[in-house]
Design a protein around this ligand. Sequence first.
Ligand code: SAM
Length: 339
Amino acid sequence: MPWRAATEEALYGAHGFYRRPEGPAGHFRTSVHASALYAGAVARLLCRADKALGHPLELGFVDMGAGRGELSAGVLAALPTEVAARTRAYAVEIADRPDGLDHRIEWCAEPPERVTGLLFANEWLDNVPVDVVEVDAAGTPRLVLVRADGRERLGEPVGGEEAAWLERWWPLAGEEGLRAEIGLPRDRAWATAVAGVERGLAVAVDYAHLADARPPFGTLTGFREGRETAPVPDGSRDITAHVALDACALPGARLLTQRDALRALGVTAGRPPLSLATTDPTAYVRALAGAGEAAELTAPGGLGDFGWLVQPVGIPHQIPHPLGEGGSEGEGDTEHGRE
Ligand SMILES: C[S@@+](CC[C@H](N)C(=O)[O-])C[C@H]1O[C@@H](n2cnc3c(N)ncnc32)[C@H](O)[C@@H]1O
């Protein structure tokens, strides 16, 4: 099978990895699991969107690819009471609703339509399956076919929309062995998710690469029980590939690093003043732990390097951008991601 079909079955089929009871948190740690500071920052972003939208009677929060609903629950818990009372939270997820989830969270298989508010997709797009291509000895990019045990062989040359996508977003030199992942299904998935937002913001956060630095051999990999492993599409592990976020971006989008986005939302890793240790030791210890968690969320070479694709939808131009003036802006081209 081509990788896209094999991954679809391995992750979301009847016995797929994401239908397992332990959920994503049983195998890897996202920013959501790393610290409650993350949900706090997303709650602040929702409040900024709320302000830009003129405090609507119903404020939507869509947690796209929600895992076990941890982010939705954290955001609701972090919101000011008045905002929480107007917030309608949707967790969009292929897996079943977990027991004990906050009853205020609606669990859905598809994103709701015509939302006014914030759609937030943390580590969703990297799990939208993609096809893989590899350049053969004659310099032709061919679709990579894979068996359930992970063994590969080359199939047909790539053509049509897939070839056009590669040409535009991930051109391959004719050198044998170079590989790429065709991001087209992600561009489409993102466009569909954004279309569900009538007014507000859509944000995708993920491992990303941009047109000026695509990885020459792609990034397809597996994760199981906390370890990176070979990408074998047998349902036993996550199969993921970094996201060409600049290709997903729609006009008016901004791309920035998680480090910059979280800083704009008030998450900083500075140590608390030592004087606090004598005046209020408990507060000092709490602040120190918070600083450690903030450091993990913003770490160079780690979560801090993740990309945030911030897509305003129908927010009036005269209102300041909810994440300040940082990051870059463009019209759906490679300039999006440069900082
Ligand atoms: C890497 S996990 C991230 C979970 C959570 N957002 C977090 O950050 O901890 C990706 C999740 O997206 C879900 N997912 C993938 N494609 C989806 C789709 N089309 N609709 C709903 N959920 C989807 C998977 O089932 C999985 O739970």
